[in-house]
Design a protein around this ligand. Sequence first.
Ligand code: ATP
Length: 320
Amino acid sequence: MKTIGVITSGGDSPGMNAAIRAVVRSAIYHGLKVYGIERGYEGLINGDIQEMNVASVSDIIQRGGTILRTARSEDFMTSGGFQRAVDMLANFEIEGLVVIGGDGSLRGALKLSQEGVTIMGLPGTIDNDLGFTDFTIGFDTAVNTVLSSVGNIRDTSSSHGRSTVVEVMGRNCGDIALYAGLAGGAEYILIPEKEVDINALCRKIVQGKNRGKLHSIIIRAEGVEMDSNELASLISQRTGLETKVVVLGYTQRGGSPTARDRLLASKMGYRAVELLKADSASRAIGIRGIQVVDYNMVEAMAMKRSLNTELLELADILSI
Ligand code: ATP
């Protein structure tokens, strides 16, 4: 292996830059030529490809977003577009490609691997919805962003004695809600993996109020079936308490990555290049406990995520 590429695809996540930096610097350390592909698979199809050097990744470890930019690509999903992507990699003699992205991006990467390109898949998404890793790059920062907003919301909710439904991201995965809810002391956490029990929710709010609680914070993951406004009006109706909705939205995607995300990205980026240097077949890189791990791409993408029920129970106990 002499020449590799690095690409970010799908939704951006804080820590992608730290991963790009790790890939580029590790590649140079190992004597590999490294190209940066801009705007995800869309840029690959268009040949938006530049050689990178040590300085190309200076001063980015602390920055959110991705210097390579990212995109979603309809064209890549067509056979013509996909073939152009494969051809473009061949034009630049890119033998190994590090793909940093979420589930969709890595499914695309798996297809590239089936065309003979060696792929190293890095989990880059705030959603934490991939089965082959305990944590994805960007998740910890997103949780901390939610926490900071919850702190502000708590102040104003206390002053007015109201309940607030805080809607957080995560697609069909409840992890941002669960981790931020537990760490932020939310009164109730609603996640798509568990059915909404509106009676229990309202009972908890009323019991809290009777004990002198000034506010209630309900964290709802975006994938929960009952939408935030419907939920807030039900709570108001059934508890008599004013209930507001705050949708945190894209603030969760940005910001400087936490130390944890930078470390995760650096370790994973380095592992990807080590594997490429060793002429490994395609792998997906994750973390289990504190160990960086790598799996066969096909097996990794078939792994199912399971809900951390212990954390959910803990959150329930601590928010009596
Ligand atoms: P996030 O989790 O942050 O949304 P993602 O990587 O899951 O990120 P997607 O929009 O699902 O984001 O995927 C990014 C791109 O990957 C798509 O625009 C498409 O080009 C490609 N892609 C997605 N799914 C597939 C698939 N099943 N096969 C081939 N390519 C795919």
